[in-house]
Design a binder for this molecule. Structure first.
Ligand SMILES: C[S@@+](CC[C@H](N)C(=O)[O-])C[C@H]1O[C@@H](n2cnc3c(N)ncnc32)[C@H](O)[C@@H]1O
Length: 226
């Protein structure tokens, strides 16, 4: 049976994340889409450098979460929080969006604001699958993802222990080429002049019962601050 792309992420985040009665920082939260866990927590702070996304997150926040969840503009490499403030820091598809030159700083900042024994939960793309080649058409993805992978392997064992991890594949099905183009324009701000490149990439994707299948590799890691 087909699994909804959102649902597979929901399951992995809820399985590996530790949220119950925790104070959680969501770095690069966007509109807060991935905060499935908010009702379980004591408090969630979502930060993102985009004023527009933070405003949208605030506008969409349901009334029952207004006491718990706060959104504010901010960047991962400069966290405006005291040392050891959070039980858990979450990066969902956001660590590789931080410019390469600031990624290490963002990890140092995360370490600083996490309590000892706290959890760093990271959801990131892998280099497997075609999906990343489509997103690469909108903004650099492959090099930043490689850099994140290298940084994480340096941190694990020194500053953090790897508690658990899972790699998985997210499958996106499209009825036709136009649908795929629309998806990447909307989700990934693909510029219209890239249509021919999307069409070229689509040629090498699998067809399943007349639908186009684009697969994206993902990895979720749960790290514990030493
Ligand atoms: C692919 S979106 C992920 C949004 C959300 N976390 C999710 O899972 O749907 C990447 C996010 O990283 C944010 N971002 C970009 N640069 C950043 C930085 N320096 N620090 C923190 N977040 C950043 C972007 O604004 C964007 O909202």
């Amino acid at each position: 049976m087909r699994e909804d792309p959102g649902k597979i992420q929901y399951k992995k985040i809820m399985k590996l994340g530790s949220f119950k009665n925790k104070i959680v920082l969501d770095v690069g939260c966007g509109t807060g889409t991935r905060q499935y866990f908010a009702p379980l927590t004591k408090k969630v702070v979502g930060i993102d450098p985009s004023t527009m996304l933070i405003k949208k997150a605030q506008d969409q926040l349901p009334d029952n979460l207004k006491q718990k969840v706060r959104y504010q503009v901010g960047s991962g490499e400069e966290l405006s929080f005291n040392d050891e403030t959070f039980d858990s820091v979450f990066f969902s598809w956001s660590l590789h969006h931080i410019p390469i030159k600031f990624q290490k700083k963002a990890c140092r900042e995360t370490y600083r604001v996490l309590k000892k024994g706290g959890q760093l939960l990271i959801l990131e793309p892998t280099l497997k699958g075609e999906f990343i080649h489509f997103t690469e058409l909108s903004h650099p993805e492959i090099e930043p993802v490689k850099n994140v992978i290298a940084i994480l392997s340096e941190l694990i064992g020194k500053f953090f222990e790897l508690e658990s991890q899972a790699t998985f594949v997210i499958k996106y099905y499209f009825d036709n080429e136009d649908e795929a183009i629309k998806y990447f324009r909307r989700e990934d701000n693909l510029p219209p002049n890239k249509d021919s490149e999307v069409l070229r990439l689509l040629k090498s994707c699998k067809r399943v019962k007349n639908e186009i299948l684009i697969q994206g590799g993902a990895r979720i890691l749960s790290l514990k601050k030493n």
